[in-house]
Design a protein around this ligand. Structure first.
Ligand code: FES
Ligand code: FES
Length: 173
């Protein structure tokens, strides 16, 4: 059985030890997904598997038979940016850009999690039908994606513009 990457079926690696991150970058030459720490600490390698965000450095490619992987190359293309990508550009949500593919994939996964009602550490009402993307929720849910350039204000502004109606309140929970 194959897996799907950005809509195309790809063969599984022969070596069962290869991580999804190395498979994407070294075998499929999809180098948009970045290797930061290679040990689950930085979020630079975040991709989507069946719409859920995962750390590709901690996943073996062979575990994903039959699954659908989306990398940053499948989110948007030059000239056809995803609205979130455009917002990152508009709000200076990056400096070197190394963390950005992981940030964007993580945001897409985060928004889907909120849509499914998945609580975060900060969510008080675990039975709420909808969870507001407050500043605290946003920062908590994105806390696994580090930016060494410290572009956090721009990242928050880009996410807020794309997914929050009206201005993001200043209150800190
Ligand atoms: Fe995967 Fe840092 S490279 S979390
Ligand atoms: Fe440089 Fe985030 S933009 S690490």
């Amino acid at each position: 059985m194959n897996m799907t990457v950005n809509g195309s079926a790809v063969e599984m690696p022969r070596d069962p030890r290869v991580s999804l991150l190395d498979y994407l970058r070294d075998h499929l030459h999809l180098t948009g997904t970045k290797k930061g720490c290679d040990q689950g600490a930085c979020g630079a390698c975040t991709v989507l598997v069946d719409g859920q965000r995962i750390l590709s450095c901690l996943s073996l490619a062979v575990q994903l038979q039959g699954r659908s992987v989306t990398t940053i190359e499948g989110v948007g293309q030059p000239g056809h940016l995803h609205p979130l990508q455009q917002a990152f550009v508009d709000h200076d949500g990056f400096q070197c850009g190394y963390c950005t593919p992981g940030q964007i994939c993580s945001v897409l996964g985060m928004v889907a999690e909120i849509g499914r009602g998945v609580p975060s550490h900060l969510t008080l009402d675990l039975e709420a039908e909808s969870i507001a993307l407050t500043p605290g929720e946003l920062r908590e849910r994105m806390s696994g994606n580090l930016c060494r350039c410290g572009a956090y204000n721009g990242i928050v502004a880009a996410i807020a513009e794309t997914y929050v109606e009206g201005p993001l309140p200043e209150a800190v929970e």
